[in-house]
Write a protein that binds this ligand. Structure first.
Ligand SMILES: [Zn+2]
Length: 356
């Protein structure tokens, strides 16, 4: 049985730290070795592969908005329903795939543009605080994946809710809860200038959609326009909550004082779902079938995660490390039947001793 050394410090969401003097080289070099296999693939890739494909998907979502607003103005039931679906899909692509890539700075090589896109996607489109989004996703979730008390997904746990309500009803309130959580975060952490910008950007995003529904789609009643906004914004809230819990909760959890090396942490604490045309477009590969790859190489775009997937999966299997995959339905059944254990009680800590 081989004891896996723990990692005391952490290098954030980027790559692996350089081998330290006290770390056995065999373990330390695994991540370095994997990076050496992945790096040439990234360097050989064109701009289209590295960023273009994902930017095009986001661009297509924005192009879908004008026809969606026009269809929403139709008096025919079928055309109106098509408008709702088109608006819902476009909004989900922009606010799930777009905000995720923007939070990682994966949409641009320029830091200034990356910051602009983070504010645009997270605040204007996603009605959330860019500061809170980046802090929660990059600095906690990615840097401390499945470390108890830090990146343990407890954010997603609402233990007082019964399982059916949590899994199928409460997610519909996500569009209302999101700006309220942002406001609460700003009250606790936000500097005045950042808080004022966030409030202005979130208001701009919400009011723009409302204004277009009134003046382009012809909504005459305030409740009607607000209900339409809620319906479109909540269309993919249920899979959004599911995906967020399915890929980490129930997998090994680690103690903050005895954390494993990054490659063990990610291979044990992250799970991939199978490819699915709808979810691939809306969430992006890095949140669905390439979540393991995304946690190992978080700055890669969705398309690049898909490209390096065969190399990463083969490497982890060759090294007899876990490469965890499960279907959406199987995870849903697991969470439904073991809801108390997974979502209510505190997760037990896994010591990576003798596991490999
Ligand atoms: Zn991420």
């Amino acid at each position: 049985m081989r004891r896996v050394p723990e990692e005391q410090g952490h290098d954030g969401a980027g790559g692996e730290a350089a081998p330290g003097p006290s770390t056995p080289a065999g373990v330390e070099t695994l991540m370095t070795e994997l990076s050496r296999l992945v790096q040439p693939l990234v360097e050989q890739s064109s701009w289209w592969e590295r960023r273009g494909k994902d930017c095009s998907v986001l661009g297509a979502a924005f192009l879908a908005l004008p026809p969606a607003f026009l269809l929403l103005g139709s008096s025919g039931l079928l055309a109106f329903a098509a408008g709702v679906v088109l608006m819902g899909v476009a909004h989900a692509v922009i606010t799930i795939k777009g905000t995720h890539l923007a939070s990682h700075g994966a949409l641009s090589e320029s830091q200034a543009w990356a910051k602009f896109w983070a504010v645009f996607f997270i605040e204007v489109c996603g009605s959330f605080s860019a500061q809170a989004g980046v802090r929660g996703h990059i600095k906690l979730h990615h840097a401390h994946t499945n470390i108890v008390g830090l990146g343990d997904s407890s954010l997603w746990k609402v233990p007082f809710l019964p399982r059916a309500v949590y899994l199928f009803l409460a997610p519909l309130a996500v569009p209302i809860i999101t700006p309220l959580v942002a406001l609460a975060h700003l009250r606790r952490h936000g500097a005045a200038a950042a808080a004022a910008r966030t409030v202005a950007m979130v208001t701009l995003g919400l009011y723009s959609q409302y204004w277009l529904l009134v003046w382009v789609s012809g909504f005459r009643s305030v409740p009607g326009a607000l209900l339409c906004m809620l319906g479109c914004r909540a269309m993919f809230s249920i899979p959004y909550i599911h995906v967020n819990i399915f890929q980490h909760v129930g997998l090994p959890m680690f103690s903050p004082t005895r954390r494993p090396k990054r490659i063990y942490q990610m291979s044990h604490g992250v799970l991939n779902l199978p490819r699915n045309p709808v979810l691939d477009w809306i969430f992006g590969h890095s949140l669905i079938s390439c979540h393991v790859e995304h946690h190992l190489f978080p700055t890669l775009s969705d398309n690049m995660c898909l490209k390096v997937k065969p190399v990463v999966s083969r490497y982890l299997m060759e090294k007899q490390l876990p490469y965890q995959e499960d279907s959406y339905l199987s995870r849903l059944q697991l969470f439904f039947h073991k809801y108390q254990e997974l979502m209510v009680f505190a997760p037990p800590i896994t010591e990576l001793v003798g596991v490999q």
